[in-house]
Design a binder for this molecule. Structure first.
Ligand code: DGY
Length: 325
């Protein structure tokens, strides 16, 4: 008689086991077999691939139709990120596969990083630090390393969702005036004292433009040459959203031409951005390696929420945070 093999659940190898405690506990009582080698499983025969019912994915894993077709019994893709542009959601929906993401738990960490980038760009920290280290700090200079004073300056938040709002609240505490765009009709909380404007007006008026839209077909290269051309020559661009929201070729040209004063990027296209990429050498530009949510507490919470989505999907229950209903 042919015995039915246990269902299989795949998680990324790089996640610490204690962040995945609930999934390990379910595997320990025999709910499924747990593996952390998706690429190896992809190379196995259909009989094994049919056993795969759940995937926990990182934003670095494209989840496309080809991957889904390799796992014909897949029930859930749990993406450990709030963004899910790496997942072909319509392809999942067409196959009745649920998709989960991890909103909320990374709002503060990402807003903190956006604020750190904003402050670093406003006060020239990367260049000033390099100058000090390389011997160009020769005196206290009244006109040296002058930056933007935040009190009274205007922040333009492109996409006032959870993270955009958290950035706006922080910037407000620094005395900045807030302009914003948002997709939903709901107004910003009144205590923010923020003004809703069209994107063109925001770009023309903001001293700092901070991007918080998800990557969708309509936001790809939202900040293109024309958008950059609307910004003030003194303006700074902060991107903690997705690299492809900005046309990087246009950004490089705008920085080189002095059309805008600086850019602080947590996200790029591609990721990682290769060390020889010209943006690293472009004046006024500095780049950090997609660390918006990189605090110990937040990454653990993201993993735990991703586990909750994964387990719910494997059990056929509603996901705590579903992207496709
Ligand atoms: C997300 O969750 O989408 C973030 O980019 C990860 O930091």
């Amino acid at each position: 008689m042919r015995t039915t093999a246990a269902p299989l659940v795949l998680v990324p190898e790089v996640l610490p086991p204690d962040w995945l405690a609930s999934v390990h506990a379910a595997a320990d009582v025999g709910a499924f077999e747990l593996r952390d080698d998706l690429d190896a499983v992809l190379g196995l025969e259909l009989e094994t691939r049919r056993r795969v019912v759940g995937l926990l994915t990182l934003l670095t894993r494209p989840v496309d139709a080809a991957l889904l077709d390799a796992f014909p019994e897949l029930r859930v893709v749990s993406n450990m990120a709030v963004g899910f542009d790496n997942v072909d959601v319509p392809a999942c929906t067409a196959r009745s596969i649920r998709v989960g993401n991890t909103p909320g738990v990374l709002t503060d960490a990402t807003a903190d990083l956006a604020m750190a980038l904003l402050l670093s760009a406003a006060r020239n920290l990367p260049a000033a630090s390099l100058d000090a280290r390389e011997g160009r700090w020769q005196t206290w200079s009244p006109t040296g390393w002058l930056g933007l004073e935040l009190r009274g300056a205007t922040l333009g938040v492109v996409g006032l969702g959870k993270i955009g709002l958290a950035v706006a609240q922080r910037a407000r505490a620094f005395g900045m005036d807030i302009l914003y765009t948002r997709r939903s009709d709901a107004p910003a909380p009144p205590e923010l004292g923020a003004t809703r404007v069209e994107l063109d007006a925001l770009l023309a008026r903001a001293d700092v433009v901070s991007l918080h839209v998800p990557l969708r077909p309509d936001t790809r290269h939202l900040i293109d040459a024309a958008a950059l051309g609307r910004m003030k020559p003194s303006a700074l661009l902060v991107n903690t959203a997705r690299g492809d929201v900005v046309d990087q070729v246009a950004l490089q040209a705008a920085l080189e031409a002095g059309q805008i004063a600086g850019a602080a990027l947590d996200v790029t296209s591609p990721e990682p951005l290769p060390p020889e990429h010209p943006l690293y050498q472009t004046p006024g530009c500095f780049i950090v390696p997609h660390i918006g949510s990189a605090t110990r507490a937040t990454r653990r919470r993201m993993a735990e929420l991703a586990c909750a989505n994964l387990l719910a999907g494997v059990r056929g229950e509603a996901l705590p945070h579903a992207v496709n209903g």
